[in-house]
Design a protein around this ligand. Sequence first.
Ligand code: DAH
Length: 357
Amino acid sequence: MDDLRQKYLGAVTSAADEPALEEVRLAALGKKGEIALNMRELGQMSPEERMTVAPTLNALRDEVASAIAARKAALQDAALDERLRAEWLDVTLPPRPRCQGTVHPVSQVTEEVTLIFAEMGFAVAEGPQVEDDWHNFDALNIAPEHPARQEHDTFYMARQPGDNRPPHVLRTHTSPVQIRAMLGQGAPLRVICPGRVFRADYDQTHSPMFHQVEGLAIDRDITMAQLKWTLEEFLKAFFEVDRVDLRFRASHFPFTEPSAEVDIRCSWDNGTLKLGEGDSWLEILGSGMVHPKVLTAGGIDPAQWQGFAFGMGIDRLAMLKYGIPDLRAFFESDLRWLRHYGFGSLEVPTLAGGLSR
Ligand code: DAH
């Protein structure tokens, strides 16, 4: 019995890991283990013999079992210590460097505008930047001889020699998307169309590529009053002010009748623009009631439906809201400018959380 005790307690102590320990357990206490076999022999002994052997054997079995359990716990502790040593983490290291990229003011303002109109039930519609003559002009009631064709300083795409169809153009405004939305979706309709537009013009406030957003609402009883309310709500939300004062000035666009240009009341205090107060007026958009011919071109019956439309420059909105003086800098990709005027890429504008930082 003493030999058995020495043998197994020794084996438990020298088991180097859990599999080795398990082997010791099987050899001693498993069904065919040495101690288990000895216990089975108790049955063949005389009662007197059994009285002396059984308690010692039981005690030996318990001693070996608890030695195994203790050794197992010790091995697990050691393994954990080893892992903790290997997988350490230096929490005093500085965090990752701040993200270097920024969101361009045009992207930011497009997001803001989209968000505000989305709240009012307007979906976003899109169209191609290389547009055909019909969508860009004719369908919008701009006939070939109409002076607006010259005013738009259009970029024309090349045609193969001998191809006498009117050339495609780089769209001069986002208004052709009105036509595509009408033809594609029918009435009733509420869309805004933000996107790039192109005109051959270049100075402090003009760039050959710039951005507009078009708005179009068509329903059975749309009036100028709704146009006015919609624009007021938009401008208040966009400029983050409680009130705006708007002036609707009679104007002319081929695609609307009547047409109005909209000015916003402002003051220039030492060169800083303040909206909603003062004696100056700043023109910010063109608008009107959709011309019956335009509805017809869009496949919508003008006897049943009316609509309002408006168009404004996104870059210009960005310049006004964020005090950016020169439009050309928007598209020069100067890193210093982008870092100065750019927006954090994780600061997504929301109406509740604030549109801008
Ligand atoms: N398309 C016009 C432009 O580029 C802007 C415009 C004016 C759009 C009046 C409209 C509108 O939808 O009703 O100058």
